[in-house]
Structures are given as C-alpha cells and as structure tokens.
Design a protein around this ligand. Sequence first.
Ligand code: ADP
Ligand code: MG
Length: 323
Amino acid sequence: MTIGEFDLIKTFFTDIGPVSGIALGVGDDCALLDIPAAHQLATSVDTLVAGVHFPADGETHAANPALIAQKALRCNLSDLAAVGAQPLAFTLALTLPQVDEGWLAEFARGLRACAEEFSIALIGGDTTRGAQRVITVQVLGAVPPAQALLRSGARPGDIIYVSGTLGDARAALDVIYRPSAQLSDEQHDWLRRYYLPSPRLTLGIALRGVASAAIDISDGLAADLGHILDHSGVGATINPSLLPLSPAMLTHPQALNFALHGGDDYELCFTAPPRLRTAVENIATQLQLPITAIGEIIAEKTLLQHTGEGGMTVLTRAGYQHF
Ligand code: ADP
Ligand code: MG
C-alpha cells in the first residue's frame, strides 16, 4: 500500500530549511511569514515539467530527482538574485503520476540540501495527481523599497556586464541527450552547471544602488539582454570576443553560439553607468566572482555585435522559447 497525501507531505516536506523568521510553516491552511520591517515582498514562480524541462522516467537519460529539486529551487532563487532580493521562504506545488517513495525521498533530499545551503525554508505547497511530474516552486524574498533591480533602468552609455561564465549549461544539454558511458571532467563540470546553477544572490544584493538594470540569464544572453533593451527602450552593442568562457568551453566548437544563445546559465546580466565602474570592480573583488564588461547601451533600439573586422552586425535574439 502506498502512503496517502498527508503522510506524504509529513514524511517528505516538513522541516525543510531553517525556521527562523517563519511564524507558521507547513500544515495549516496558510503559512505565516514575518516580513522584515520596511521591505517590499519580492515573489516569483517557476514550473518544471517532466519531458520538457528535465527528462521523464523511461528516457535513457532520466535525471536524478535530487538534482531536479536542486535545479527547481536554484532557478527560482536566481529570480530573487536578479532583483536584488534576499530570500525569505518558498512553496512547492507537486504533481505526480503516482507515489514513488524512492523518487520522493531523493527529491526531498536534494531540496533539503539546497534549502539549507541558501538558508530558505519550505513553508507550504500543494500535492496533486497528474499524468506527468510537474514541479512548481514559488520563492518569496525581501528588498528595500525603490531598491529592486529592474529590467527597465538601462540608459545609453551604461556598460553591460555579465557574472561568471556563459555557455556551460547549454553544453550540458548535449551530454544529457547524447549520453556516453564515460564522461570527461569537462562534461561533469557542464552537468554540474546545468543542474546546480549558482543563484547570484550576494551579487544581486551588492548591486542595489549600483546597477541601472538587471536580469538573470535563463534563456540565453542575447534573448535576456533583449528583455532589458525592450523594457528600457534602448539598444546595445556587445563584443562577442569579450564573453567570459570557462576553461572547459574555450576549446568547444560551439562556445560562442552557446554563450550567446544557450540558456540555463543563471548568471546575472546587468548595466551600470561608467562612473560606477570602480564600484562594480570592487564588488567583483569582494565576492571573488568574475564580472566582465561585454558591451554598451546605445540609444538606437537595436542589438548589435562587433565583428572581428571592426564592423557591426545585428545579433539575433534567438533563445529558448516554449511557444
Ligand atoms: P488545503 O486543502 O487547505 O489547501 P492541503 O491539503 O493542500 O491544504 O495541504 C495541507 C498542508 O500541507 C498545507 O499547509 C500545505 O501548504 C502543505 N503542503 C501540501 N503539499 C505540500 C508540498 N508539496 N510541500 C510542502 N507543503 C505542502
Ligand atoms: Mg485549506
């Protein structure tokens, strides 16, 4: 006999993450949160669907449930990072075709590890039956009024920056969908980047008052920078030869394409006026995180890239889209 809905919740989804600041967690009709005084509540929700966002069971490359849980929470935390919010708590809505206790135990183990690493508690959710596994995580965070980093603040002359390195997560997709028996060290690195992206939470908070606009790169640099441009009513020139690549990507034949158009990196792309260049550099030093200037905001509403020969061409914004 399989366990029922309420035992399932009790067994796997209570006591995940630290309880400080949580007035009431899992179990009642609502959770109750103490929000830090004089802050705005930041909230975002994201859904992962089996067969779309991660391989379904039965596919040869079926994903480890602990890693699926990690990715679900990390992608959401990345949205908090992108607005400069500090994480408070999260909820989990889970649709399952059946109760597979082995899968649930592994999923909960990954979720717990991630919740502890980022000091964020699971305070509630919903559990339902459905044809496919669907995992919806909602995060709640706090940010002081008027300090959230928005997509809409970029101005001509601002410098465009990205954190970390780009393209690694896209390289992982080829490893996942064309599995081989023996993985190289690089391939292991790419898989880690794909399943365990690093939400840049401390960077987002440090960029309050410094960045004029910010976004996290989930669909690819060109597509996501494009959102900043649209929301800000500006354009940009970027220099592809400046894009930060990991050592493993340097020799990849598709490195540039993946860095521009591959998704899932969850680095931050942000803009800041040139007078704050030193402030940005100091943040990079303090956080020991590479931050690379890759281009500039321009008034004309186009996205251009430098060519090797000193010219400019239009850069397609192609990235991942569901529809
Ligand atoms: P209601 O019917 O009042 O909406 P539920 O029966 O759906 O409540 O859930 C009971 C309690 O368990 C609630 O506190 C809810 O937030 C929590 N819960 C349900 N599913 C999950 C889950 N997957 N993870 C965490 N908490 C959950
Ligand atoms: Mg109720």
